[in-house]
Structures are given as structure tokens and as C-alpha cells.
Design a protein around this ligand. Sequence first.
Ligand code: NI
Length: 171
Amino acid sequence: MIKQVLKMGNPSLLEKSLPITKEEFGSAELLRLIEDLVDTQRHYGGIGIAAPQIGVNKQIVIIEYYQKDITRYTDIGDCPLKVIINPKIIPIGEEESAMNEGCLSVPGLRGEVFRPTVIYYEYYDQYGNFFSGEDSSVFARVLQHECDHLNGILYPMRMRDISKLAFVDLN
Ligand code: NI
């Protein structure tokens, strides 16, 4: 079901999310919640969404994008649907890169955010299967943005130069 996306200013977006417990993995309630997140993200044309954005402060993230659907970025590649639960991220090395980020909770705006270029990640899927790896693609960028949501951080709070916050439509 398509849910309303909370917007910046809603205090709920600044809360820390709770991890999914062993008992919750594979439960009907969790699977329904994931369905809602997927429906909502696809409806609004996002490339990632985190549960707190629909008012559920739990550590669940959905990431899905296909280059053919995206005009705002070039060369981002494809990322088939990933359900990411209780994620952990560790930056690898000192290198950072800048990218103009957007967010369904900050509609109409984009802003330049620096983040570690290479990360190691760990997460579980909705059935409790464990995944880990290293990444330096757009997936690493989106995962860091979404994990920030789980810690109550919105991308403008990461910006070093607020003058680089801009409306997508400048007219
Ligand atoms: Ni976001």
C-alpha cells in the first residue's frame, strides 16, 4: 500500500530506529511493511527509502533503481530490489566523494553531500539471510544516505556548504 512520506520538519524523522528482532524476521507484519515501502518508493520514483520515512522507526531500507528510469543521474547502473535490514557500514580508506543527493522527505530540492567513497557493509534480508560486501558504486552512496535515516539524519544535516542546496526546478 502506498503510504504518506513524512517530510523534513517532522520530529519522527530525527529519531533513531530500532533493529528488527529475531522473532520479527519472516513475520507477516514485517513482510507487509516491506511491501508498503516498495509500493511507496516506486510510486514516488525514489531510488531508496527507509522505514522511518513512512513513520515506522525500524531499521529497514529498500533500494532499487534502473538506469533507464533515471534522468537525474547518468551512469548509475542498475540495482534490482534489495531489502536491507539492520545494516552496518564501515568506511574503507579516507577517500570521500561529492554527489548531489535528493530525498523523498525533502521534495523538490537537491544538495551536495560528501561521503566515504568505499564502504564495507553488512545487512540481513527480510528472512534473516546475512549479506556482506564492499562497494564503491552508487549503491554505496544510497546505502549511506538510507542508513542515515535510521540514525535520524537527513542529508541537509550532512552538507558542508548550504549554498549548494538548490531546487531541482529553478524556474
Ligand atoms: Ni532520503
